[in-house]
Design a protein around this ligand. Structure first.
Ligand code: LMG
Ligand code: NDP
Ligand code: PMR
Length: 388
């Protein structure tokens, strides 16, 4: 399959450049096949840059004599931006004009069509190929992103799969159980590799957001719906989630596979990883690390593999009975806040929203906030993705 990168127009922010100062901007167009060396197939064209965004100036700004200081457009990478929460957040951020969104998606065509039908303005986004079910693809994405010359100001680890009815595991290209492989390990490698890029950004508030969920938190009613998340002593993760005769496909090492539990376990890993990033990097880098529960977006593609009756009833159940329902558009605004809202710079926080859609710092469950478990998940994950 061809790896592709396609700016929706040719105007994207360049690393170290200031859109405020530049009337014209250069952008890269990279189209490479998996086998082609990366040095091939880079073409450069010139296009008119979007106007600078006027915001209170604090770094990453330019000023011309007599003019107000301007903040350059931020660049945010969002994984899984081809549908649901990721698409809605991409749209919300691009609509502000303050953000250029890199949509990191496994299905290039689907993502391009989704952006267009969501009404995202040409020039406000770039679609790039990323398949989190392959660590090679993650590494290639990072190389391709760097080749665009864009800075990285925010990264959102949003993509996920949920296999609620699966009783046998499927595996990533690297032979790891798919739910944890995509939702956690692919993102873990991506975020670790892109830390250097976030560190070198001059944007005033750089952020790494990892989407979590209520269903991984057993301090809530939703988190107590069986099967419950439970990472146990991590023996399955330590064994590589290979599901072979000698190893389990479940993090806790259990012999039988449960797709719903694997998803919830992966969300616990997401929330633990955010906190471990915070402990290891916040003080040194000033980067904000955050997670969130965006609300129950019962209409998204996440439930595509659930039984039809569930898909038919679940939105009404959430809307009228639990009242936890949130529209895709509303959830997108919530995620966009965590990326961009000047007031949400606190690091290490798991954000949630109340009924009036006001954000608050939520409490994670005992397991999802266990620092020792977070450290172990981090160290085992490093081994599995080839960083240790
Ligand atoms: C399991 O599916 C999978 O089998 C398992 O593999 C695993 O994946 C697991 O956690 C994941 O899920 C279970 C799932 C599928 O069933 C449910 O748990 C049902 C949840 C949603 C069903 C909602 C039913 C209620 C519908 C009401 C909607 C009307 C709203 C209008 C009301 C207006 C009022 C003003 O199973 C199914 O899909 C079959 C669903 C059959 C439904 C049977 C009813 C179940 C009882 C639901 C209890 C709800 C309790 C809440 C409290 C209610 C208070 C009134
Ligand atoms: P969707 O299924 O609509 O979106 C998931 C996205 O992830 C899609 O773009 C999908 O791509 C992408 N994706 C799946 N596998 C891969 C892969 N291997 N590589 C790259 N991208 C991949 O679900 P949601 O929008 O609901 O989910 C988004 C996030 O929100 C998830 O992290 C989920 O856990 C979280 N969440 C969702 C809730 C909800 O109620 N829906 C509640 C709480 C949290 P494609 O379009 O190609 O399938
Ligand atoms: Mg849940 C306040 C109650 C509440 C909330 C906010 C959610 C969110 N759910 C709640 C309650 C219940 N759910 C109850 C009482 C039941 C039993 C009938 C129930 C069932 C249920 C199922 C079967 N709920 C589910 C499922 C799923 O398959 C979804 C899931 O676990 O996906 C992993 C799900 C969800 N409920 C939620 C949310 C946000 C989800 C899905 C999204 C996610 O965690 O990513």
């Amino acid at each position: 399959m061809a790896l592709q990168l396609l700016p929706s127009t040719l105007s994207v922010p360049k690393k170290g450049s200031s859109l405020g100062a530049a009337a014209k901007e250069t952008a890269s167009f990279v189209g490479v096949s998996r086998k082609a060396p990366l040095s091939l197939a880079v073409r450069t064209r010139v296009a008119t840059a979007p106007p600078p965004v006027s915001t209170p100036a604090q770094g990453a700004t330019t000023s011309s004599p007599g003019a107000k200081k301007t903040l350059r457009q931020g660049v945010v990478v969002i994984t899984g931006a081809s549908s649901g929460l990721g698409l809605a957040a991409a749209k919300a951020l691009s609509e502000t004009g303050k953000w250029h969104v890199v949509m990191a998606c496994r299905d290039f065509l689907k993502a391009s069509k989704a952006a267009k039908s969501a009404g995202m303005a040409t020039g406000s986004y770039t679609v790039m190929h990323l398949d989190l079910a392959s660590l090679d693809s993650v590494r290639q994405f990072v190389e391709h992103f760097r080749r665009t010359g864009m800075p990285l100001d925010a990264l959102v680890c949003n993509a996920a799969i949920y296999r609620p009815t699966a009783s046998t595991p499927t595996f990533t290209a690297d032979g790891v159980e798919m739910s944890v492989g995509v939702n956690h390990l692919g993102h873990f490698l991506l975020a670790r590799l892109l830390m250097d890029d976030l560190k070198s950004s001059d944007y005033p508030s750089r952020r790494l957001v990892i989407v979590g969920s209520i269903t991984g938190n057993d301090n809530t009613l939703a988190g107590n719906v069986p099967p419950k998340a439970d990472l146990g002593d991590l023996r399955g993760l330590a064994g590589g989630l290979s599901g072979s005769s000698s190893g389990s496909a479940m993090i806790d090492g259990s012999a039988s596979f449960d797709g719903a539990k694997a998803y919830k376990d992966s969300k616990v890993c997401n929330m633990l990883t955010m906190q471990e990033f915070h402990r290891r990097y916040h003080e040194e880098t000033g980067i904000t690390f955050a997670s969130l529960y965006p609300g129950c977006i019962a209409t998204t593609g996440l439930f595509r593999e659930h039984v039809p009756l569930f898909r038919a009833l679940f939105p009404a159940f959430q809307r009228f009975i639990t009242k936890g329902f949130v529209s895709e558009a509303e959830s997108g605004k919530r995620l966009a806040q965590v990326v961009a809202e000047p007031s949400l710079t606190k690091s290490g926080v798991y954000w949630s929203w109340n009924k009036d859609s006001a954000s608050f710092e939520n409490q994670l469950s005992k397991e999802a906030s266990d620092p020792e478990k977070a450290r172990k998940v981090w160290e085992l994950s490093e081994k599995l993705v080839g960083l240790a």
